[in-house]
Design a binder for this molecule. Structure first.
Ligand code: PFF
Length: 445
């Protein structure tokens, strides 16, 4: 069996976890949905969801990971609840699932880095996106992105993930900050700020039924919850640092980067008179890309923008692969590089349909968002708060320096309100999965 690695420093763990959290979700979903759902008023809902639901859930994952020092499946066994291994197994499966299409999108980003250099997407961004997003090119770049992920994960926790994310996360913040300052100088930028941040309580209350589950779902996806990434990362912690402190830092930095991304993309779009009323792939790869065509220095700005998107996507993708690699090397007598290559290969294959047809990609994403992740979060919460209980409280308090009341509040929040919120999110998500006009549950053929 392999000797288990640990993070070299506490900051290393925090940055790796922030790297996992900060990803495509922050850049192509968060700013646009915030603007659409009522700007500053949506931010309030999101912050409540992230702190009131995301934070208790991330702490639950930390507890399992640090207490067991094992991967997301074996952890349940070590904590004395072998029957709950299925929750870890679901997480592992979700890791495969999400990375398979996340990597295809990573491939698009690579393509746009090249496209910025040559100006390839400047003329007709929608047409360009249509050409490159599916087919043999997309497949090849999906392979390249997966290879980058494999290289970092193969290098190990301290030498691979920790070193990489120590460089990547500060770079994301600095570069996005610089781009936000640049966007500020563009004429028309102020309309972008108004659209992004002015509170619209009417829009908020009129769509509350859509907004609340979206805010909760976004908090899960964005904080990488429900599939064992945070369990796995916390399993490499060596020491009694405050999990509360780490969790709050991660939630704060993750939201901060989402807001920063909004301060880049929305002024950019408004400066060009482009309608931002979209989110997802179209928003970033068509609207934002289109804006670069007309701004001074657009090629360079486009290059820097897509570079930062690439770094964010990579630092998230490595946490997805680490979930499965960690399980394999904890349980079998195989080396980390061997497993990284093998499992990376399997994930590449699973991503082939998404690389060949964006309808598959959308279907994979919808199922992950609305089904696998909330079910995973629910399983983890029920386990930690109700089944494991007292030792979980003990673990969360360790090194926190806080009064017992704080831990008890966490435990009872997790036992009640948070579980209710997750169930509600699941039910609402189910309605659109199975009962909508074109239910997403039917895979494309
Ligand atoms: N948090 C990532 C994002 O916002 O793009 C996505 C993600 C990464 C989800 C890792 C889940 C995960 F385990």
């Amino acid at each position: 069996m392999n000797e288990r690695e640990t993070w070299a420093t506490r900051a290393g763990f925090i940055l790796a976890a922030v790297g996992s959290a900060v990803g495509l979700g922050n850049i192509w979903q968060f700013p646009f949905k915030t603007a659409q759902f009522g700007g500053a008023s949506f931010l309030i809902v999101y912050v409540i969801a992230a702190l009131g639901i995301g934070l208790p859930a991330i702490l639950a994952e930390f507890v399992i990971g640090r207490r067991s020092n094992l991967n997301t499946i074996s952890a349940f066994e070590k904590l004395g609840h072998k029957n709950w291994r299925f929750v870890g197994a679901l997480g592992l499966f979700t890791g495969f699932w999400i990375l398979s299409y996340y990597s295809v999108v990573g491939g698009w980003v690579l393509r746009y880095i090249g496209g910025s250099l040559t100006g390839a997407y400047f003329g007709a961004p929608a047409k360009y996106f249509g050409q490159i997003s599916a087919g043999m090119d997309a497949l090849a770049l999906h392979a390249v992105f997966m290879a980058l992920v494999v290289v970092i994960v193969a290098a190990g926790i301290e030498d691979g993930i920790e070193k990489a994310t120590k460089l990547m996360v500060p770079s994301i913040i600095v570069i996005l900050g610089a781009l936000a300052i640049f966007a500020f100088t563009l004429p028309g930028a102020s309309e972008g700020y108004a659209y992004f941040l002015s509170p619209d309580f009417d829009a908020l209350f009129a769509n509350l039924g859509d907004i609340v589950p979206f805010a909760v779902g976004q908090a899960f996806f964005s904080l990488s919850l429900g599939m064992g990434a945070m369990i796995t990362y916390a399993s490499y912690i060596d020491g009694d640092q405050s999990l509360f402190g780490d969790g709050i830092t991660i939630v704060f930095l993750n939201s901060f980067v989402g807001i920063l991304a909004g301060l880049v993309v929305l002024p950019l779009l408004f400066a060009q008179g482009i309608d931002p009323n979209t989110s997802g792939a179209g928003a970033v790869f068509i609207s934002v890309a289109g804006a670069f065509a007309n701004i001074p220095g657009g090629q360079a700005i486009g290059l820097i923008f897509f570079l930062v998107v690439l770094i964010a996507a990579l630092s998230s993708a490595i946490s997805l692969l680490e979930v499965v690699v960690s399980w394999a090397i904890d349980n079998y007598d195989v080396t980390r590089p061997q497993m990284a290559i093998l499992l990376g290969g399997v994930i590449f294959l699973l991503g082939v349909p998404s690389a060949l047809d964006t309808a598959w990609l959308g279907w994979f994403d919808t199922l992950a968002y609305k089904f696998f992740l909330p079910v995973g979060v629910l399983g983890i919460l029920i386990f930690v708060a109700w089944v494991y209980g007292a030792p979980a409280l003990d673990e969360v308090m360790k090194g926190s320096g806080l009064g017992e009341g704080v831990g008890l509040t966490w435990l009872w929040l997790a036992r009640t309100l948070v579980i209710v919120a997750v169930v509600a999110t699941l039910v609402l998500g189910f309605q659109t999965l199975f009962l909508g006009e074109s239910p997403a549950i039917i895979p494309p053929i």
